[in-house]
Each structure stands twice: as structure tokens, then as C-alpha cells.
Write a protein that binds this ligand. Structure first.
Ligand code: CA
Ligand code: CA
Ligand code: CA
Ligand code: CA
Length: 535
């Protein structure tokens, strides 16, 4: 019995009873000081005036320093991964794969930009290493339609040959499989990359960035035989060296880090053009210190959540509101955790974040960052509980561990027909998958009966072997009765529809449904349908 499933009665009851940062303080202080100096030019004499200016300057510096310090909060890592195989600057970027049914079995996919792609479990153990190229950045999207299935698709850029490399995650073996249809050669010297799934069309896109500031957008498509191909749909220039990027699958924004300049926000659709907004900048007036590296999005319900940037020059992570205009919220660092024996993160590079519940260690989600220096060993990745980051901020950041923007979890929606001893006719048909948040439909064929009523009932458990005059009962009538519906039939087919709540906690719940046709020559029971709820 899964712990994250609610009591059936609660399901029945629920389903069928029918701050901003401290910038204003600093700017107000600066304004007051500026006004003070400007409005009252010193008349008392040179010595007093110089002393006043010195006092004012040191006061301003103190305010600036204390304000900046107040905004940088510290957290420790809970876990660190095995070191990457290559020495020197090798680890770069990371993507989190969320297991569809057992979140504690989720994985990290990290790049070793000198030799390949590594797969780690949430305890940091390396499970697989694909020594097949100089992969620099990596990103993931779920539910890519491939050979009749929906697969999690991992994309990365290979820098020796400027390839768009594609892998699918096998949830059984928890390993990556190469699914590229061919050598997909990009038109740029590939540096960074990220993925986008359009909320308008459902199409999947790859964005590649380059050291020269050129961006290419490619549409990904199933090429047959379980392979994925791509076609270029857009190219534009950001300016100078650009690497990290992230796309928001709900707002349709594409964010790209121009390493020495800041974060730009574009439209992610291929026809969005080149209009852009500078979200934040490096240097004075900005929260970032060059290089600006990885970008990631923490999704929360209702358009909430955060855009997070890796600020390499300050070894910090800068958090903005996900909603435009992406106001700065807090900046944090990953400090050494002596109790756990895990070193801190310095000169940080690629990052990723997931908001979903990933087991008790990462119950509010998971943040992962590359660490430039891992004493005594090659570089690695640090795993930080999002709950720790959220609690360190004041006011605390959002924790939303059930909102599944990418439908990463719970790919269980499906059904099976069942007919016990075979005494009943097969006349109940499922018309849709029982997807949470949608309406499930079925059809009962009452041909051969005089016009009367059709009936369906749903129980928590299947049954068999109980015979009544109308046929064999295929649901366990002692288990929880979830719903019944009655509708008139005219001697033919009758349809039923059942709204399913959009609650992720119902993932994997089974419902056994059976129908009955009333009318002459007498009531007759149907086959059963065993539903499994999912996304
Ligand atoms: Ca870089
Ligand atoms: Ca370190
Ligand atoms: Ca990088
Ligand atoms: Ca270490």
C-alpha cells in the first residue's frame, strides 16, 4: 500500500460530494544621502565638510554592505555525488529526472564536459556513465511521444562535433538510451542548451547557445523506430558568449544567460521574434557576478515559483520571481556542512531544481549545483533540500511539492477489461484514459433490451464468483462504493461520464467499474473495467 495515497473515503468525500527584497531600504537611504549632500552644501568650513562627506560615505558603504549581506542566506548540501571521471574543470551541468511512480528512485543526469554523461541516484552514487562525447549542458522533458509510448527525453550538446544528442530514460533500468535518429549537426559551435515544450502546440524544442552569442532553436519529432530527429526553426543573436538557458513551459518565456552581461528574457515560440527584456545584469545595479551560468525554474501552482540563476563570480544562486517582471527575491550560497562532511559550493556552474516530493530527504523538492572545487577529488554535484533553501529565506520561499508542471509523475492512467467466468456479455467499453483532472467516459451497449435505464457502479476492489439472476458480480461490493450513475437508454448504447479530481495523491488508485442494462427481457450485468488513475 502506497503511503501517498489517501483513504478511499476521503477520496470519495473530496471527489464526489460533488516579499519582496530589501532594495527599497537601500535606495531610500541612497536617496536621502544624495538629497542631504545636494540640499545643504557645506558652509561650515573645509575640515567639517570633509569629515561630513567621509561620514556619509562610510555610512552609505555600511548600509550597502549590510543590505547585501542580509540578502545572501546560507544553506548546506544534504548529499554530494560521486566525482566525475575527468580531472580539472569537467563537471558542468545537471538535470533532474523524476521517477513516475517512485519519486525516491529519481535520478540526476550530470555532464562531464571532457568525456560524457553520468547518471546518479539521489544518494549520489553513479549508476551509469556514457563516455560518448564532450557533453556540456543537459536538460529534460517528459511525455515525449515515442513508438507508442511517452518517454522522458534528455537532450545535450556535444562540443567536439557540435551535435544535438538525445537520450530517453528507461524507468525500469533507470538508465539512458541513445535515441537520436542520426548525427544531428547544429549550425553553431554548441556551448549550452535547454528544452521547451510549447503550451500552445505541445511541440518539443531544443535551444542551443554558443560562445559567439548565437542561438538556434530546433523542433524535435519522433522519426519512427523509437528514434528522435530535429529540424531547425529559428536562429538569432544574443550578443556575446552565452551558455545557460531555461524555458518556461507555461508562460512561454525563454531565458538565456549572456555570461558577462546578465539574463535576457525572450519569447520561446519559434515565431516570437527577437524582442527581449533584461531581467538582471552583472556589475553595479545587478545581483549577478560574471559569469552568469546555469538557469533553472522552480514551478509552483498558479504561475508561482522562481527563476534561479547561478552566479559564478560570487559563488551564489540568485532567486527571482517566476512571474514577469522576475523581481529579485533572495540570493543564497551553499556553505560547507561540517556535520555531514560535505564541502561548500564555489565558482558554481550548471544547476537544476525540481519542486516535486522526491522522498523524505527532498520532501519539498531538490536543488542541484555543480561544484568547482571538491577537495581531494574531481569535481562533483551537490544536492540541497529545497525546504532548507525556502526556510533560510525571510520571508520563506514557496514550497509546492505536488504541482507537476511537466506531468513527470504518475504516468499510470489506463484500464483493463475483465469478465470473471465469462458469464456476462462484453458490452461496457472505456472511451478515454482515466486522467486526473479530466472526465472519464464509458459506453454501455444495451442493444436487445427494451428502452429503460442503464447503470454503472464503481468500487475500490474487483470481485468475481458472486452470481445473481442478472449475471456475475465483478466488483467487490464489500469494498468502498465510490460512485453510481443511472441514465436512460433507448434500447441501444448509453454513455456515462465521470469527472476525476486533479489530485496527484490519487495516482495509481484503482477503481473497478461494472454496468447493468435494465428493461425486457430482464436486467443483465456487463463485463468490468478496472481503471488505474493517473496523469
Ligand atoms: Ca560558461
Ligand atoms: Ca566545493
Ligand atoms: Ca557551464
Ligand atoms: Ca566533497
Amino acid at each position: 500500500m502506497r503511503k501517498d495515497r489517501p483513504a478511499p473515503r476521503a477520496f470519495l468525500r473530496n471527489a464526489y460530494s460533488g516579499f519582496p527584497g530589501s532594495v527599497p531600504i537601500l535606495s531610500r537611504t541612497r536617496l536621502a544621502l544624495r538629497r542631504g549632500v545636494g540640499a545643504r552644501p557645506p558652509r561650515e568650513g573645509l575640515i567639517v565638510s570633509q569629515r561630513n562627506r567621509r561620514l556619509l560615505r562610510s555610512l552609505a558603504l555600511w548600509f550597502a554592505a549590510s543590505s547585501a549581506q542580509a540578502q545572501i542566506v546560507s544553506v548546506g548540501a544534504s548529499v554530494e555525488t560521486d566525482p566525475v571521471p575527468s580531472s580539472g574543470d569537467a563537471a558542468d551541468d545537471v538535470a533532474i529526472w523524476v521517477h513516475p511512480s517512485h519519486p525516491g528512485l529519481s535520478l540526476l543526469i550530470g555532464t562531464d564536459k571532457q568525456s560524457g554523461l553520468a547518471v546518479y541516484d539521489l544518494q549520489g552514487n553513479q549508476r551509469q556513465f556514457l563516455a560518448s562525447g564532450d557533453f556540456n549542458n543537459v536538460d529534460i522533458r517528459y511525455r515525449f511521444p515515442l513508438a507508442g509510448n511517452e518517454r522522458a527525453l534528455v537532450a545535450t550538446g556535444e562540443r567536439n562535433r557540435d551535435l544535438l544528442a538525445l537520450f530517453a530514460v528507461d524507468p525500469q533500468s533507470r538508465t539512458l538510451q541513445d535515441v537520436a535518429a542520426r548525427d544531428i549537426v547544429l549550425g553553431i559551435e554548441i556551448y549550452g542548451c535547454c528544452l521547451y515544450r510549447s503550451p500552445l502546440t505541445g511541440d518539443y524544442y531544443f535551444f542551443g547557445t554558443s560562445g559567439g552569442g548565437s542561438i538556434e532553436q530546433w523542433r524535435l519529432f519522433a522519426a519512427g523506430g523509437g528514434r528522435v530527429d530535429a529540424v531547425r526553426v529559428r536562429a538569432f543573436d544574443v550578443g556575446e558568449q552565452s551558455e545557460g538557458c531555461v524555458a518556461d513551459d507555461e508562460t512561454g518565456y525563454f531565458y538565456v544567460a549572456e555570461e558577462n552581461v546578465g539574463i535576457w528574457r525572450y519569447g520561446a515560440e519559434p515565431g516570437a521574434g527577437t524582442g527581449r527584456v533584461l531581467v538582471d545584469s552583472t556589475g553595479p545595479g545587478g545581483e549577478l557576478d560574471a559569469d552568469v551560468e546555469g538557469l533553472a525554474i522552480y514551478y509552483a501552482a498558479g504561475g508561482g515559483g522562481y527563476l534561479i540563476a547561478s552566479s559564478q563570480g560570487s559563488s551564489t544562486f540568485v532567486v527571482y520571481e517566476r512571474a514577469a517582471p522576475n523581481r529579485h527575491v533572495v540570493t543564497f550560497e551553499i556553505a560547507a556542512d561540517l556535520a555531514r562532511g560535505i564541502d561548500g559550493v564555489s565558482n558554481t556552474d550548471g544547476i537544476d531544481v525540481a519542486n516535486l516530493w522526491l522522498g523524505n530527504s527532498f520532501s519539498g523538492g531538490l536543488f542541484v549545483a555543480q561544484d568547482h572545487t571538491n577537495p581531494g577529488s574531481n569535481q562533483n554535484f551537490k544536492l540541497v533540500s529545497w525546504r532548507d533553501i525556502a526556510a533560510a529565506a525571510s520571508p520563506p520561499l514557496l514550497v509546492d511539492n505536488t504541482y507537476d508542471a511537466h506531468r513527470a509523475r504518475c504516468d499510470t492512467a489506463g484500464w483493463a477489461y475483465r469478465n470473471g467466468s465469462g458469464a456476462n456479455p462484453f458490452i461496457l467499453t472505456s472511451l478515454r484514459r482515466p486522467v486526473l483532472g479530466t472526465t472519464w467516459e464509458c459506453e454501455l451497449d444495451c442493444a436487445g433490451h427494451s428502452p429503460s435505464s442503464g447503470f454503472i457502479a464503481g468500487f475500490l476492489a474487483p470481485g468475481s464468483g458472486l452470481f445473481i439472476r442478472a449475471g456475475e458480480v465483478l466488483v467487490d461490493i464489500r469494498s468502498t462504493h465510490l460512485f453510481s450513475q443511472v441514465a436512460a437508454h433507448g434500447g441501444g448504447a448509453v454513455r456515462f461520464s465521470l469527472p476525476l479530481p486533479p489530485d496527484l495523491l490519487l495516482c495509481g488508485l484503482g477503481i473497478s467499474v461494472q454496468g447493468a442494462c435494465l428493461g425486457r427481457p430482464g436486467a443483465a450485468l456487463s463485463n468490468a473495467i478496472d481503471l488505474t488513475l493517473g496523469q
